[in-house]
Design a protein around this ligand. Structure first.
Ligand code: DGL
Length: 279
């Protein structure tokens, strides 16, 4: 397929590392016609343990890099960045472009979906320490569903298991079982578990293994993709500005070879068209 010369008109998808590829894959299933440019700040991942200031700085640099390449719409396919940087970027930075560019996150679409999923109205959240500490899920849930109680548990090792290719190892079983059991011990009425980190779908086999029957897992890709479909339906100018070549390019702050090899595992196909950038 012919690649556009610039990313002008491409939808930008950003994550600290490889996890956002799980969101990209689902978005491309729902909206295959558009051009995409994925940026992984792999050299500086994980963001989970970093402070608000640092996650905000790094995320803003990434958004600017995508804007400079011509993206008008950027999805923060990262809960940590959505939790710690999205609102500030929307409120303080977007106006500098003053031309209708938008940055969207993954937390709101996930929370919106909960209303129809949980019956007990007791929901668990598994996420990075950064996302849990930000209390962003609690705040969004409070705004939309005052009757839902959230029990959030940080999973500090899970992103590392993914980033370092340990998702299939016996060590992964230990950490995954431990965190799922912690949520269900804290609130035995939980019937819905949010996988609030875009890396976690890569651990799905083991997460399924330790999740009791009757507890529903909410993986974000599908909800973020459906929400983007609805957003583009509602925003004609944005939709008309998105180019439709069906292409995807990749930017990474790590080496091209490392990114291509790891991303290929996550996407279950060879990944070409990768460029290394500095932020
Ligand atoms: N994939 C990211 C998220 O959804 C975060 C991982 C990280 O860099 O800690 O939270």
């Amino acid at each position: 397929m012919k690649q556009p010369d610039t990313a002008a008109g491409s939808i930008g998808i950003f994550d600290s590392g490889y996890g956002g590829l799980t969101i990209l894959r689902q978005i491309r299933q729902y909206l295959p016609q558009y051009d995409y440019i994925y940026l992984g700040d792999n050299a500086r991942a994980p963001y989970g343990p970093r402070s608000f200031e640092v996650v905000y700085d790094y995320t803003l640099q990434a958004v600017e890099a995508l804007f400079q390449r011509g993206c008008r719409l950027v999805i923060l396919a990262c809960n940590t960045a959505s939790a710690k940087a999205l609102r500030t970027i929307q409120e303080k930075d977007l106006h500098r472009w003053n031309d209708g560019r938008r940055v969207l996150g993954v937390i709101r679409p996930t929370v919106e979906a909960l209303g129809d999923i949980t019956r007990s109205r007791h929901v668990g959240l598994l996420a990075t320490p950064g996302t849990v500490g930000s209390r962003s899920y609690e705040m969004e849930i409070q705004k939309l569903y005052g009757d839902i109680a959230l029990t959030a548990v940080a999973c500090p090792m899970w992103v590392a298991l993914v980033e370092y290719g340990e998702f299939d190892s016996p060590g992964a079983d230990y950490f995954i079982k431990k965190r799922i059991e912690t949520v269900l011990r804290k609130d035995p009425e939980v019937d819905t578990l949010i996988l609030g980190c875009t890396h976690f779908p890569l651990l799905m086999e083991k997460i399924n293994k330790y999740t009791p029957p009757g507890v529903r897992l909410v993986s974000q890709g599908e909800y973020v993709a459906k929400s983007l479909v609805a957003y583009l339906d509602r925003h004609e100018a944005m939709r008309m500005g998105c180019t439709t070549g069906g292409t995807c390019r990749y930017l990474t702050t790590e080496s091209v070879a490392t990114f291509a090899a790891t991303a290929s595992i996550f996407l279950h196909k060879q990944v070409g068209n990768v460029e290394r950038i500095e932020l």
